[in-house]
Design a protein around this ligand. Structure first.
Ligand code: PXG
Length: 285
């Protein structure tokens, strides 16, 4: 595999970063996860816009322009002959000292990996997944804004551990006010009386690229879609529940904290949106 690192493509074995890189020492950096479908990088510009926004918020200066990065991503995908796969863009603060001060780091590092992707088994999409509510609260917007896709995922990882301890793949995270924020690596949607609801970004969620597409596809399908603060109660009594994300796409949730959702199978609107999303990523609508 060829990895793009600091302005050139190198062999995987030569793609190395310093132990003094603040990305490693402090989780000081930002990233993106992007899919490649049928040889096309999916929503590349939207991902790059989000990456540069994340970088701006943490005051990390990107080493190249958006246009240069788009070219670099395409070059990396081509060099690895990735047709269906996964791209990870990583920008770290760069090399510094054993001290927090980010201003000592003169040059941010940029890494592009184009690889395959580990997907949930097909069976999980057919049967739907069980989730729990995490006790770990999603980062407060005045702490690390959840819109920043940072290299520090410990908040989400703490919730993921809770899920895995309960033998389920995902956990729903709530904000300090008790409203639904998101899952550990996905956005949350519910359906009630034919209306699709998802928390507003201000509830403390990453502005998911899949989320935004699913909202648009729902509206195109004539299904009303609204952003609304949701409570745990709302999720317990909803008709359908599903998650969206780059890796999971659209996946139905059939149980939360032991409460069965609907008839215990992914609902009709969930299945319709999953199909619409599948068609969309493969350029069929
Ligand atoms: N919330 C969080 C916290 C995320 O990390 C999403 C929502 C969904 O956003 P997108 O733009 O992907 O629809 C994410 C994205 C991985 C992986 O390897 C995780 C994500 C994306 C790609 C890969 O676990 N999370």
């Amino acid at each position: 595999m060829k990895v793009w690192i600091n302005n050139k493509l190198v062999d995987e074995s030569d793609a190395k970063i310093s132990v003094f890189d603040h990305g490693l020492l402090y989780g000081d950096g930002v990233f993106e996860g992007i899919r490649v479908y049928d040889g096309n990088v999916f929503e590349l510009e939207a991902h790059i816009r989000r990456l540069y926004k994340s970088a701006k918020v943490i005051r990390l200066e990107m080493s190249i322009t958006k246009e240069e990065l788009i070219k670099a991503v395409e070059e990396t995908v081509k060099a690895n002959e990735v047709i269906n796969g996964y791209i990870r863009l990583i920008a770290t603060r760069g090399i510094g000292t054993l001290g927090l001060n980010p201003l000592i780091c003169k040059n941010s590092s940029l890494i592009i990996i184009a690889d395959s992707i580990q997907l949930y088994p097909e069976e999980l999409y057919e049967k739907g997944m069980k989730v729990i509510s995490a006790t770990t609260v999603r980062s407060h917007p005045l702490s690390l804004p959840p819109q920043v896709k940072s290299l520090n995922y410990l908040n989400n990882i703490m919730a993921k551990i809770e899920a895995l301890d309960s033998n389920v793949p995902e956990a729903i995270m709530y904000n300090t006010q008790g409203f639904v924020a998101e899952a550990t690596g996905d956005n949350v949607f519910m359906v009630k009386n034919g209306v699709v609801y998802t928390p507003p970004i201000q509830a403390g969620t990453l502005e998911g690229i899949t989320r935004n597409i699913v909202i648009r596809l729902a509206k195109e399908e004539g299904i009303p879609a609204a952003e609304s603060n949701l409570t745990r109660f709302d999720l317990y009594v909803c008709d359908e529940l599903f998650l969206t994300g780059t890796a999971a796409e659209v996946i139905g949730v059939i149980e939360i904290d032991g409460r069965v959702i609907g008839d215990g199978k992914p609902g009709a609107i969930t299945r319709k949106l999953r199909k619409k999303f599948f068609d969309y990523v493969h350029g069929r609508n």
